[in-house]
Design a binder for this molecule. Structure first.
Ligand code: HEM
Length: 295
């Protein structure tokens, strides 16, 4: 198996940052190579990912099957914008200064030929909770093999050892969510607030977030490996949703279910309390394929 970018699977770092760039026409391979080389020298974990057009320019023969731009979602009740960009850099570390060192080193190179579109510091809130107070990540695959199976393009396929990534910045309306009694909040998510215990049977609403996202297709659980993180200021705060999967169709299936664009036409109740403002698909190549940009 090829070597996945290590930072995908390193957990527990409390300081995070994401940078997204768009490219006007093209970015010179030398510039990308400098950025990757700089990232590899950083103390922080640095994960590079590319939008479909960018990655096709770099390594057309390593395009994962079905890897295409994110399209806007048009559900019966809710919409979501697509802001497909070209380069994403996800940085995390136990130390805030190591994160900022990496952000500055990489941005100094990339911003010479690209437009910086998104630049958000994030953090771990309490014991890995979303700002709504609910633990985020409970149903993530637990052991290393299950994580890799959910996240990585399997051996023998183009892009093997890399991962398809979906990212979406969400703005929360916390006053609206916090005005609900806790039992109603739990029915929005589908788990208890304190201990993240899944609601069972009739207690689990069909429009809860868990009901809309815990899916099987032809008997196969649509597992993904979520690494989302909270961000925020007084004026704007929420979740940078970030997840890795072996195939893009898993995201498409889950998003269609959340937006009521499947046969059920049921919209995820969470969409009444938080609003996505970006959305992109990315491919994060394995280290061996990332080496292509170094030459
Ligand atoms: C504001 C945005 C979001 C928030 C606050 C949020 C929060 C949560 C929480 C609290 C849980 C339950 C605990 C857990 O298993 O982690 C959960 C589960 C989950 N979420 Fe989200 N989520 C958001 C958006 C999304 C999006 C956009 C997707 C997919 C594209 C997604 C996919 C999932 C999946 C697959 C599960 C696990 C379901 C299961 O197997 O039980 N979430 N999320």
């Amino acid at each position: 198996m090829n070597t996945p970018q290590q930072g995908i699977f390193v957990e527990g770092n409390r300081y995070l940052h994401v940078l997204e760039y768009s490219v006007q026409s093209t970015v010179s391979p030398g510039r990308l190579g400098q950025a990757v080389a700089a990232g590899r020298k950083c103390k922080a974990q640095v994960v590079f990912a590319f939008g479909p057009q960018m990655w096709a320019q770099v390594a057309h023969d390593k395009m994962p099957s079905g890897f295409t731009d994110f399209q806007p979602l048009n559900g019966p009740k809710m919409k979501a914008p697509a802001t497909q960009r070209d380069i994403m850099v996800w940085i995390h570390s136990a130390e805030h200064d190591d994160v900022l060192d990496a952000v500055l080193a990489i941005d100094a190179i990339l911003s010479q030929e690209t437009q910086r579109e998104l630049d958000i510091p994030g953090f771990v809130y309490q014991d890995s909770r979303d700002l709504t107070g609910f633990i985020d990540g409970s149903a993530n695959p637990k052991d290393d093999e299950a994580k890799r199976e959910a996240a990585l393009v399997p051996d023998g396929r183009p892009g093997a050892g890399g991962a398809i990534v979906f990212s979406q910045k969400w703005n929360h309306n916390l006053p609206k969510f916090n005005a609900l009694p806790v039992t109603d909040q739990e029915r929005v998510i589908g788990r208890t607030k304190e201990d993240s215990i899944e609601l069972e049977g009739d207690a689990q609403p069909s429009d809860s977030h868990v009901s809309r996202t815990d899916l099987k297709v032809d008997g196969i659980a649509q597992k993904m490996y979520r690494r989302s993180f909270p961000y925020g200021t007084a004026g704007e705060h929420g979740l940078y949703f970030l997840a890795f999967a072996c195939e893009q169709s898993r995201f498409e299936t889950v998003l269609a279910s959340m937006w009521g664009m499947d046969d059920s036409a049921i919209t995820d109740h969470l969409l009444n309390f938080s609003t996505p403002v970006t959305g992109s698909y990315w491919f994060t190549p394995c280290e061996e394929d990332l080496d292509i940009v170094l030459v």
